[in-house]
Design a protein around this ligand. Structure first.
Ligand code: HEM
Ligand code: MTE
Length: 471
């Protein structure tokens, strides 16, 4: 951009606060981002780069490397940096150099950090999702933990009491196995995005999986530390994954959920009977059944019992819902509660809009999953092929162990379902919808229009798929 003025780094560094205006550099571009600060989906972290280069931060947060974001940045361009002041990143340690190998069936939604979901047809092939194709949602590079060095710190902020556990200490506790679904708060975001653009990874319907998680119950460990349940406190979980300022991924749940033996919060070291893989949190992750994926913290390094929620970006400034009228100019993240229990949802996995489906005796077979948060059971899935004039009740496949059949409010696993939907003779295509009903008689909303929110969370409207028929 030779038409623009040239600045020295010293000029840029004077603009490092909201009062003086915020300038940043990227390569040899100089940008005035003052107006954008309140709209940044990554919250105030952006201020770390105020008056300097964003390159080292984006070296880690590579989700910024999209045409959309680079175009947005370019719209703030005010000048060029003296090339001698360009910081570059080639000499920096590459935080992405030690990522695990991934199964090719996982379709990346972003490479760095790695975020991927399996093909929808694979998703419901089995009631338990194999770890290799279980969706991965990472915000930061995957830490590489040496088991002999691993330590888990647990601290009570009120009493100051603080204990450190080695991996073997955790294994000494009684092992419980819980089958639970984990679902990302942004699952099915792409469908909401189709109604009106939202900011976030473009997840399809497969940012969800169901697995057996094994390890001690958190309540048993906390009881041994003398902690008692109370309705005012929270439990923070801090991961070992960190950003360039050594800030760790962190999130929190209520102490009441953690201490409830029927809440089944597990410090899992096994997934489907084998040690956790690196992508899913090796060596230990917390599994908080019924609660949004974001609180199921992987690579667990610290647990803090506190009078406040976690103040992390991901607890306070992300993973929240808003009114459809809230936009990036008037959003107040702190005024909305953090998502915990997830709402009821279902999705059609087969057939998909890509292929054709065979009509047999006037019917097509439709399959999918349904799930509700908070331990609510799925009691019915309704499927229609005629815009809701007639509904077919799906056959349900559910976990049949004592926990889920006898206990109310502990239905942590998803339900797989199959429905036969009649189609009118000779038509070439059909639109199929599904809606699930849970044990509180919560039903999915009909459309995304009235539940749209700027971050594309809680995207749980009817699942709708247009399918070509093969007679
Ligand atoms: C997320 C834009 C600078 C840290 C985002 C997102 C956008 C964005 C659009 C949403 C991405 C998504 O979820 O799909 C920008 C622009 C910047 C900027 C235009 C121009 C200066 C920074 C800086 C930092 C930063 C300097 C760090 C120091 C983050 C973080 C997230 C984020 C932590 C959340 C990522 C997550 O969901 O894990 N940014 N950003 N951003 N940004 Fe920025
Ligand atoms: N834990 C850590 N330490 N770092 C993360 O980035 N992502 C969270 C959660 N736990 C995350 C984390 C989110 S948003 C989700 S949806 C789940 O992990 C995804 O778990 P999975 O990758 O095992 O499917």
């Amino acid at each position: 951009r030779p038409d623009l003025p040239t600045y020295q780094l010293a000029d840029v560094s004077k603009h490092n606060s909201k009062e003086s205006g915020v300038w940043v550099t990227y390569g040899i571009g100089v940008y005035d981002i003052t107006q954008f600060i309140p709209q940044h989906p990554g919250s105030d972290k952006i201020m770390l780069a105020a008056g300097g280069a964003i390159d080292p931060f984006w070296h880690t947060y590579q989700q910024h490397n999209t045409t959309e974001i680079l175009t947005l940045l370019e719209s703030f361009r005010i000048g060029n940096l003296n090339p001698l002041d360009d910081v570059g990143t080639k000499d920096l340690f590459d935080p992405w150099s030690n990522e695990p190998k991934r199964h090719p069936a996982l379709q990346p939604r972003s490479e760095r950090p790695f975020n991927a979901e399996p093909d929808t047809s694979l998703l419901i092939d089995s009631f338990l999702t194999p770890a290799e194709i279980f969706y991965v949602r990472n915000h930061l590079p995957v830490p590489d933990v040496e088991i002999s060095d691993y330590e888990l710190e647990i601290e009570d902020e009120v009493t100051g009491k603080n204990l450190t556990f080695k991996f073997e200490d955790i294994k000494n506790y009684e092992k419980h196995s819980i089958t639970a679904t984990i679902m990302c708060g942004g699952n099915r975001r792409s469908e909401m995005h189709n109604v009106k653009a939202v900011k976030g990874l473009s997840w399809g319907i497969a940012a969800v999986g169901n697995a057996v998680w094994s390890g001690p119950k958190l309540c048993e460990i906390l009881k041994d530390l003398g902690i008692e349940s109370d309705d005012k406190r929270h439990v923070h979980f801090e991961g070992l994954d960190e950003d360039p300022t050594s800030t760790k991924y962190s999130a929190s749940i209520t102490l009441a959920k953690a201490m409830d033996p029927r809440g089944d919060v597990i410090l899992a070291y096994e997934m489907n009977g084998v040690p956790l893989s690196r992508d899913h949190g090796y060596p230990i992750r917390v599994v908080v059944p019924g609660v949004v994926g974001a609180r199921n913290v992987k690579w667990l390094g610290r647990i803090i019992i506190s009078t406040k929620e976690s103040d992390s970006h991901w607890q306070q400034m992300d993973y929240k819902g808003f009114s459809p009228s809230t936009d990036w100019h008037n959003v107040d993240f702190l005024a909305s509660p953090a998502i915990q229990n997830m709402p009821v949802t279902s999705a059609i996995c087969s057939p998909t809009s890509k292929g054709t489906v065979k009509v047999v005796d006037g019917y097509v077979t439709v399959k999918g999953y349904a799930w509700s948060g908070g331990g609510n059971k799925i009691v019915r899935v309704d499927v229609t092929g005629d815009g809701g004039k007639s509904w077919q009740t799906a056959e349900l496949e559910q976990e049949s162990n004592d926990l889920s059949t006898v206990s109310i409010g502990r239905h942590w696993s998803w339900t797989l379902w199959t429905a036969k939907v009649p189609v009118v003779k000779g038509i070439s295509d059909v639109e199929i919808w599904s809606k699930a009903v849970d044990s509180s008689y919560n039903v999915q909303p009909e459309s995304f229009e009235n539940t749209w929110n700027l971050r594309g969370m809680l995207s749980n409207a009817y699942s709708r798929v247009k399918v070509k028929l093969n007679w």
